[in-house]
Design a protein around this ligand. Structure first.
Ligand code: BGC
Length: 738
């Protein structure tokens, strides 16, 4: 089958080349760049043979692949995915690469390739800053473009329903407005550089345990108010050229052949014009998938057959899939390429300004670090300290990153093999060096922390001790629990006992438990902090940077507070796309429903360790004069924010709305926030306009958003659980298109 395809492609390429050379201006589509992407794509698809259309609809792995022993495809730059395009019509090959934190280089296929490692998406979300998301997207888009890549498999916006999930670091928190906004702007940034971005993994891909065997079960209306809303907002804001489905099933049907998710919601209600690709090895059928709305099979090498190759052609020839649907599939791919400018501005090998890109990585890390605790002003540290002890997590060498397909490994990283295929990667930004630079006269010493007693002895008498504690997470595997692994809790306890001036710096994918919290005066959540993480951490520790990060995800006290306290034992199932699971199972997300994260805690009256939106500063902010006003159908909330401390700082005041009615009510939802930088003594009025979907329920019967008439509680404050400023607003009944 493959050989026939190659032969016909080859002969078509010759004919195409001839057409191009005899009539230089010839093209099936208009070359007028002002012509719309739709019209140009339509004309291009009209000129394609059935084989050319089909060739756009399945991608191979773009590097040598051990299963089936396939070499790197001819023409591939060496990245996650490749399809040859239709050169005779000027449609470029698809060169697809991971992902949201920078351009990956799987198995070092592009030797000496360097890339900027941005902080984890979770850390980006902690900045609450769409502009930084956009700037980070531009960094990724620029680097992709300069490496010959035109599709980035970025844009993870799955809500954190399972704080133990191995991929939380690739996503943007547990709130749909925050996730959709930050995710959307990151996508927009990538695409501003003529590189398509995806949004993924559509949808309800909440855990890695049994990701290919699990059905995420949740009522449709409830999904619309939570996980699907995050996608809806990200798509509106970012206009991604492609949507990637997930490995899991949704309500018993694989997402890649789920007509509700793809045809009804995405392409129907949301009028999405781009193409829908499967995850790698996640296509499960030909006809069913094509008719449900899947446009492209990805990572075909991982599938038992190439579903969207010959079988799709046959299905079209036999009338099981209509020729119009085939055209639509091809059209969607080509349209997105035109829409982002990937045809008119194809990728071009170019030098990369790593210095400029490092500045974006640094700003993101500086603003994404969350100060969780700071008793007795333990921080910032004085630059005149004499002896500083650093302990653990290779803080002499670099900062931890998350593993899996999204892994970015810049040159100079510390790479520690976990097994023959997987390594832990520390980005080359040494906290030790950065701390030494902040306190040039101090003696700064490092201990690995492996020997707890030795570390505690070293800590004794130091002017400051900083324990770096880590939780390495990776695609394909969930954390077994929320504890820091490798006896680090005991290490922190022992060091804090030896020296009360101990600060803990956490490098984690998401939430962890802190049984030692009462025994240390200061804690920073520094996530996976990327290319300049060491400098950013040091900057916050010494006050060069006033911390402004806010938690984009709720930190529970312990697992017993979660909607699903125990997880399925990963050893009883598989997360590998190569393996057909022995047994399928479901996760019941109706337990929390749309009340993901902080909403669950509010509903259940539980007090988490740290709530969503939480984060301290070296200054203090005060709020006053909260107002809620309706201007016609527009709902506007506003409030004064004053810096009443002694340092300049950034604050992130947050607005929430709750519908207290028993019948149609909902728990408090984040409906807006602002970020304001204020000098001491200064005040600014912040104002947000509320998206009406955030005060509506999704009514499945009418397939529509429904705002119920009534009085709504408006509150504002510093985080999801500290909202002392309250008012009420009356809203009229209203239905909104889905
Ligand atoms: C991941 C995707 C990724 C793809 C290609 C899959 O295993 O789930 O997020 O884009 O591989 O590397």
């Amino acid at each position: 089958m493959k050989i026939t395809n190659l032969r016909s492609c080859f002969s078509l390429a010759i004919v195409g080349a001839a057409l191009f050379s005899v009539n230089h201006g010839w093209a099936a589509y208009s070359t007028d760049h002002k012509d719309s992407a739709d019209r140009r794509a339509e004309a291009a698809v009209k000129a394609m043979t059935i084989d050319e259309k089909i060739s756009l609809l399945h991608t191979q792995v773009g590097f040598p692949f051990p299963i089936g022993n396939t070499p790197k495809p001819d023409g591939a730059v060496g990245s996650a995915g490749y399809a040859p395009g239709v050169p005779r019509l000027g449609i470029p090959a698809l060169q697809e690469s991971d992902a949201s934190m920078g351009v990956a280089n799987p198995s070092n296929i592009r030797p000496n390739d360097n890339a900027t490692a941005l902080p984890s998406s979770m850390m980006l979300a902690a900045t609450f800053d769409p502009e930084l998301a956009y700037q980070g997207g531009r960094v990724i888009g620029t680097e992709a473009h300069a490496k010959g890549i035109n599709v980035m498999l970025a844009g993870g916006v799955n809500l954190v329903r399972e704080p133990r999930s191995g991929r939380n670091f690739e996503n943007v928190g547990d709130d749909p407005l925050l996730a959709g906004t930050v995710g959307g702007y990151a996508i927009k940034g990538i695409q501003s550089k003529h590189v398509v971005s995806t949004v993924k993994h559509y949808a309800l891909n909440a855990q890695e345990t049994g990701r290919v065997a699990v059905s995420s079960d949740i009522k449709e209306g409830t999904a619309r108010e939570s996980d699907l809303l995050a996608f809806e907002l990200a798509i509106e804001k970012g206009q991604p050229g492609s949507v990637m489905t997930s490995y899991n099933q949704y309500n018993g049907t694989y997402t890649s052949e789920n007509a509700f998710l793809i045809n009804q919601v995405l392409k129907g209600d949301w009028k999405y014009k781009g193409w829908v690709m499967s995850d790698w090895g996640a296509t499960a059928s030909t006809e069913k998938a094509a008719l449900a709305g899947l446009d492209q099979e990805s990572g075909e090498n991982l599938d038992p057959i190439i579903y969207f190759g010959e079988p799709l052609k046959k299905a079209v020839q036999e009338g099981r899939v209509s020729p119009e649907r085939l055209d639509d599939m091809a059209m969607r791919v080509v349209r997105s390429l035109f829409a982002v400018g990937a045809v008119d501005h194809p990728p071009k090998l170019a030098d990369i300004d790593f210095k400029a890109h490092a500045k974006v990585a640094k700003a993101t890390a500086e603003q994404g670090i969350v100060l969780l605790k700071n008793d007795r002003n333990q921080l910032p540290l004085s630059r005149t300290l004499r002896r500083i002890v650093l302990i653990g997590s290779h803080a002499d060498a670099g900062v931890l990153s998350g593993g899996g397909s999204a892994q970015v490994t810049p040159i100079g990283s510390l790479v520690l093999p976990v097994d023959p295929y997987v390594s832990q990667v520390y980005h080359p930004s040494s906290p030790l060096k950065a701390i030494q630079a902040e306190a040039p006269r101090a003696q700064v010493v490092y201990d690995s922390g492996e020997d707890i007693q030795r570390a505690a002895r070293l800590a004794k008498g130091a002017d400051a001790v900083i324990v770096f504690a880590q939780q390495w997470t990776t695609e394909g595997v969930d954390a077994p629990n929320l504890s820091l692994p490798d006896n680090q809790d005991a290490l922190i306890e022992a060091v804090a006992k030896a020296n009360p001036r101990t600060t803990v710096v956490l490098e984690t994918g998401g939430p962890v438990k802190m049984p030692w919290l009462n025994r240390v005066p200061a804690v920073l959540e520094a996530w996976y902090s990327g290319a300049k993480g060491g400098e950013a951490i040091a900057g916050v520790l010494f006050g060069r940077v006033n911390p402004s990060g806010r938690l984009p995800v709720t930190f529970p006290q312990d697992e017993s507070q979660l909607p699903r306290p125990t997880m399925r034992d990963p050893s009883t199932t598989t997360s590998s796309p190569f393996v057909i699971p022995d047994e399928f199972f479901s996760e019941n997300y109706n337990i929390e429903g749309a009340d993901v994260g902080y909403k669950w805690y509010e509903r259940e009256g539980k007090k988490p360790l740290f709530p969503f939106g939480y984060g301290l500063s070296y200054t203090q902010f005060k709020y006053s004069n909260l107002r809620a006003e309706t201007h016609g159908r527009k709902l506007v909330l506003s409030m004064d924010v004053t810096n009443r401390g002694k340092a300049k700082g950034i604050d992130t005041p947050q607005f929430y709305i709750e519908n207290p009615s028993r019948k149609n009510g909902f728990t408090s939802r984040l409906v807006g926030w602002d970020r304001v930088e204020l000098k001491p003594g200064h005040t600014k009025r912040v104002k947000v306009t509320v998206d009406p979907r955030l005060v509506a329920r999704f009514d499945e019967r009418f397939n529509s958003w429904h705002i119920h008439a009534g009085s709504y509680n408006v509150s504002a404050g510093a985080n999801a659980m500290d909202r002392p400023h309250k008012t009420r607003v009356r809203l009229d009944e209203r239905y909104l298109a889905p």
